[in-house]
Structures are given as C-alpha cells and as structure tokens.
Design a binder for this molecule. Sequence first.
Ligand SMILES: *Cc1c(COP(=O)(O)O)cnc(C)c1O
Length: 351
Amino acid sequence: MTSVLSLARPDILELQPYQHATWDPSLERMHANEMPWRAQGDNTDAGLNRYPEPQPRALVERMSRIYDVPASRVLVGRGSDEAIDLLVRAFCRAGTDSVVICPPTFGFYKVAARIQGASVTEVPLIDEGFRLDTPRVVEAGHQAKIVFLCSPNNPTGNLLDEPALLAICQGLAGNALVCVDEAYLEFSGRSSLAARLGELPNLVILRTLSKAYALAGARCGSLIASEEIVGLLKRIIPPYAVPSSTVEEVLKLTEAPQRAISAERIRTILAEREQMRARLAGNPAVERVFPSDANFLLVKCRDARRFLEAGKSAGLLVRDFSAAPRLTGCLRISVGTPEQNARLLAAVERT
Ligand SMILES: *Cc1c(COP(=O)(O)O)cnc(C)c1O
C-alpha cells in the first residue's frame, strides 16, 4: 500500500521545517536569545523567560496515557482547532483540493478549509436522526482530501454509527483522510475509534481537554493518527506552539484525582441532561428535544426567539441555531450546574 503521505501537499512534503533552538535541558541556554532572568513574579516551574519544549514530552506522554494510544501517534496543539487547521493546510492545495463535511456540524471545519482556499463539499446528515449518508460520503470523499466527521456530533448531539465510520474509512483508504472529531466522546460512554488506527492508516482522531476535562481556557487538544501523519504535522505546527504555562497547568490538572472528579461530574451532567430533556419535552413551547450523547441538548422550539429571551431574562445564554439549514427553530443548550439548569427551565416555563 502506498503511504498516506502521498495525499499530502507535495510542497509541504518537501518543505525544510523551521529549526527550533535545540532542546537540551542538561545544558544552560545561551542559544535562543532569551533573557537569562525570569520576569518579576514569574512563579512557573520552567520560567516564562524560556521558550517551551516543542511537542513537550511530558504532555504528549500524559495525553498518550489518557487516550490510551502510543505517544508516537499523538500531536498536541492549542486545542483541536489548531489540529483541524494543520490538517487542512498540510493536505489541501489552495484552489485545487477540497474537504467533505456533513452538516449540520461543527462550523470550524468549513472555515479552516476556506481559509486555506480549499473548497467544501457538503453531504448532509440524513433524516430526523442526523445519520451519515454513507455511500454519498464515500463517493464525495473520492474527490476530496479530508472528510470531517464529528461523533458525538455538534450541534445535533448524536453519535455517528460506528460501522458507518469504519466503512467510510475503508472505502476511502488511499484516497482521503477521515478525521473523526471526538470532542464529546467522554459524555457518550463509548470507546474511541483510536483503537482501530492500526488497521486504518487514513484515520485521524481529534480529542480535546476543553469539554470533559474542564480545561477550555488552557487550549490543549490532541490529534491522534499514524506516525507518518503526526510526523508531517510536527513539521508545520508553528514553532513552540504549546505555551509552557499550559503544559504546567495541564500536567497538574489531569492527574488521577482530577480525572476521578471529571468522571463524577460527567455522571452529574448526564443525569441533569436527562432531567432537562424530560422537563423540556413536557413544555408546550418545545416542539422536540433531540436525543443527545453529549453535554448539550438540541431543542426545537415553537418560538426560538422567545425561548432565547426567556433565558436572557434569567441571565443565561444558549446558542441560537434557528437560522441554520435543517435547524429551523433550534437552540443548543449546554448542560450547566443544577442551579443554572433549574433557573433556565423555570424561566422558560414562565413564558
Ligand atoms: C468544542 C469543539 C472543538 C474545539 O476544541 P478545542 O480543543 O477547544 O479547540 C472541536 N470540535 C468540536 C466538535 C467541538 O465542539
């Protein structure tokens, strides 16, 4: 089989990467034009006067352990958004190549493609269950470089069918990458498709600490793929991408005790989500509450504007998708604390 790298932009394959200042903690640094002293009050472990380690070993290893994949298959970046951007840049020639998306889905895939000058083919999810149109995705994927799939899908909340995801990967082997964004996987109780990477060289998985791990502000996401893809993306990720403050915070805040609390909170969110679903489904202002495998609910309202205003009057913001294709009247509610959820429900029930 030819390497998955044959799908990448030829000029990127040939690119001489930026040469970082050598990382050798056994020697004192007089090679990177840094100040030799810390800023007044800098209490970080590494010192913010120093450039961070490119692809920090300890962080990569922590992600490798959390996601149960070999460290050689992990690229860390500033959120999975950076990984989406890198993939499109490395694989799509501006003005020539394209990506496939399955709307309604996460908006950044399309924006990242457009920024790169790649065109976007849409193969909408089908029927009320927002299912994959597998044969059409495979057909469109043959003309594209990357197929972006999101499971559980944002903003619809549903998991995509695993046999369909595998069939798409297999159907596009050697032709296109299949990027499965698992930003909400922790809420679904399912296991990651990353376990199948060995058989599927064109599969790319995205994970993030922004949702289940409560670390959105740290900006830390992981791309999990073949060593070849990870190696290529390491060559084009901006120099010193992950700030040392992020590395230190993430290492402290993803230890076993925090992970146990995170698991406990996920159970609370899921219980709250089901209570909210029942209450909303019984509300005459609500036409439909879609099933969710994530930490949010997609709700079709009879009058979305009124629902939004009711939320705002209680000091709460929910996300308006009512003008999006296929989502007429729909709002996306992120499950909050029990107090916030109760306040939102009360406000909506009063109107
Ligand atoms: C929130 C979200 C992301 C962004 O994750 P970051 O790691 O914070 O960049 C990626 N994909 C989907 C589907 C999301 O909803």
